[in-house]
Design a protein around this ligand. Sequence first.
Ligand code: SAM
Length: 291
Amino acid sequence: MSKLSDITTIREVLQRHGFQFSKSLGQNFLINPSVCPRMAEESGLREESGVIEVGPGIGVLTCELAQRACKVVAIELDRRLLPVLHETLEEYHNVTIINEDVLKVDLKALIQREFPGMPVSVCANLPYYITSPVIMRLLEERLPVDSITVMVQKEAADRLCAQPGKRESGAISVAVRYYAQPEILFKVSRGSFLPAPNVDSAVIRLHVRKQPAVSVENERFFFSVVKAAFGQRRKTVANSLCAGLSIPKEVVGQALKQADVPATARAEQLTLEQFAAVSRELDGAQTSKTL
Ligand code: SAM
């Protein structure tokens, strides 16, 4: 279907299908015709690529992906959009729609089934209420995905891509940087959506690392340390770790010293390497106490 990103076409299609937007499903559809081509272009797709899209809506981004990639699998939870997508994507024979909740789909099996031997990317205008769970799921499951290019709320983009030392840095910034190299590609104003949300958005791209950025023996414990460190943002990392992990102050103090972290440091000032070192020291101290 031509001119799908045209506001008149979008309104007409939605009206004809009697579609009402669902706020709870994060349905803000793109109506700015320049955004989807740019997203698809900057997502690094190749002709031989397989792409997973989360929440195709009426298919504005899906069309752009289908024109550039070998195959697109779009996961849409809202059953009411299926007849719409059937119509708008009629001319694309390389698109498969899966009517499921992205948080419940077995993505590993999907990739093996749909994209055997192909480079795989994710590209989506994410429903805002599940931004972090979707991104963390894609990263934590170590899926064979090269890059994740997604539109998220501007504030979420700042947090997800924050460098150590920045005010926006939090546990999720550290987790993202552990698995990927994040960057903000471009901002998108709230007026680019129908209905317009109350906040602006940004498109971010995560280049998924083949190996995590730092070597960590006990990954589970590493992430508990990161979470505890950011648990009480106004406190020093020493106090936050004592409280969050229930580890005596002297043990934490000693671990920070060994890891070359000043006792007065706050969580957002620590680099990934420092978090890894603190976690290693604390894990070692815990283990030797148990023995
Ligand atoms: N891609 C379209 C666009 O850019 O115009 C729509 C994006 S809209 C922000 C989010 C889409 O995700 C909606 O179509 C919504 O129905 C869908 N969605 C919401 N929750 C979902 C879930 N758990 N799994 C899959 N799709 C979901």
